[in-house]
Design a protein around this ligand. Structure first.
Ligand SMILES: [Zn+2]
Length: 358
């Protein structure tokens, strides 16, 4: 029997979530793996047969999948949240959410003990870093080498391949160690994307965003996009900066330019994202200021000109959004923009979003 949750303000809802949440997020793939591992199909479940999935590939597939008996959190008052309910997926659409759904022709996945969040999209990952899992488990966010921090270890050593003095220590900007190259080859980034995307599918997080800060060369970018596509996961590729070693002869193309499909965002938009109706879609991390030094248009204008969603990585910089809002070229409809982190933003920064986002 299914019961609707109380309203979000009711403290008992939190109690229920604490009890129900121990199983973690929608473990649909986990349920499937358990079935395969044990060699038995629990009563009432129906897995796809090879015949079912014949000729059903890519986005053209038309499968019906019933996620049965999970804790369903839509977080949408029009749909409701349920202690126990079913979710029917029809092809690429979430067709129905209800306490009990009869769909005899659908594959049935047992979601008992798991949380199912239809439409849930993670808004932030740096998936190329999956090769560095647990490298600084007790690390701080910021701090110069020899402090072991996200900045000094993940970003300087393992992303840029060089350590630059920062902050109050020494001479800001002075290179104190240089590997002479970025540590990762394109193939490493392809593997990182497979690990990140397949790992998250296994955990039941089927739809995500990758803020890819490893666009060191066109080949690095291509490898990351191919890794995402090959994983079969639904991901927004948020095209971001990389380490510019062009003065050492390494080709570098970020961010690209308006009306130019030979480099940067224009090149990848033309090569990989000519259709919106595909699993991997295009995002752009450029901000609301000049797209690059000397540009007479903003990063948001550049991204939008190639059909990209805007996904801005805002660690600090509370005034960035204020100046972006004051620039008429950025428009008043911000429904295509996602801000991540947004740390140290006070009322004035957050207040800029308000009416602009629907
Ligand atoms: Zn981040």
């Amino acid at each position: 029997m299914s019961t609707k949750f109380p309203a979000p303000s009711d403290p008992s809802r939190r109690d229920f979530l604490v009890k129900a949440g121990t199983a973690g997020l929608a473990g649909t793939a986990i349920a499937g793996l358990t079935t395969i591992a044990s060699g038995q199909v629990p009563a009432g479940l129906r897995s796809a047969t090879p015949r079912d999935v014949q000729n059903l590939t890519g986005d053209g597939r038309r499968r019906r999948i019933l996620l049965r008996g999970g804790v369903v959190l839509s977080l949408d008052p029009r749909v409701g949240d349920f202690e126990k309910a079913d979710v029917l997926i029809d092809g690429k659409t979430i067709a129905q959410v209800a306490p009990t759904i009869a769909a005899g022709d659908a594959e049935v996945v047992d979601c008992a003990g798991t949380i199912v969040m239809p439409g849930f999209i993670t808004t932030h990952n740096h998936q190329y870093e999956s090769l560095q899992r647990a490298i600084i488990p007790d690390g701080l966010l910021a701090g110069a080498w020899p402090m072991e921090t996200y900045g000094s270890v993940v970003q300087n050593i393992w992303t840029a391949g060089r350590i630059v003095e920062a902050g109050a220590r020494g001479t800001p900007g002075r290179v104190i160690w240089d590997l002479g190259r970025v540590p990762y080859d394109p193939e490493d980034l392809y593997i990182a994307q497979l690990i990140a995307n397949l790992g998250q599918i296994s955990e039941g997080v089927t739809c995500g965003t990758d803020t890819s800060q490893a666009n060191h060369s066109p080949a690095h970018t291509d490898a990351m996009i191919k890794g995402m596509i090959d994983s079969g996961r639904r991901v927004l590729f948020d095209y971001s900066n990389g380490t510019n070693r062009s003065d050492e002869g390494v080709p570098f193309e970020f961010p690209g330019a308006m009306n130019d499909t030979t480099k940067g965002i224009g090149r990848i938009a033309k090569t990989y994202f000519s259709s919106k109706d595909q699993l991997v879609t295009l995002g752009f991390a450029g901000g609301g200021g000049p797209a690059f030094q000397g540009a007479n248009y903003t990063g948001w204008q550049l991204g939008r000109s190639f059909g990209a969603f805007i996904n801005n990585h805002s660690v600090g910089n509370p005034m960035g959004i204020v100046t972006s809002a004051a620039d008429q070229r950025n428009g008043n409809d911000w429904s295509d923009i996602t801000f991540v982190h947004a740390t140290r933003w006070q009322d004035n920064s957050v207040g800029q979003i308000g009416a602009r986002s629907t």
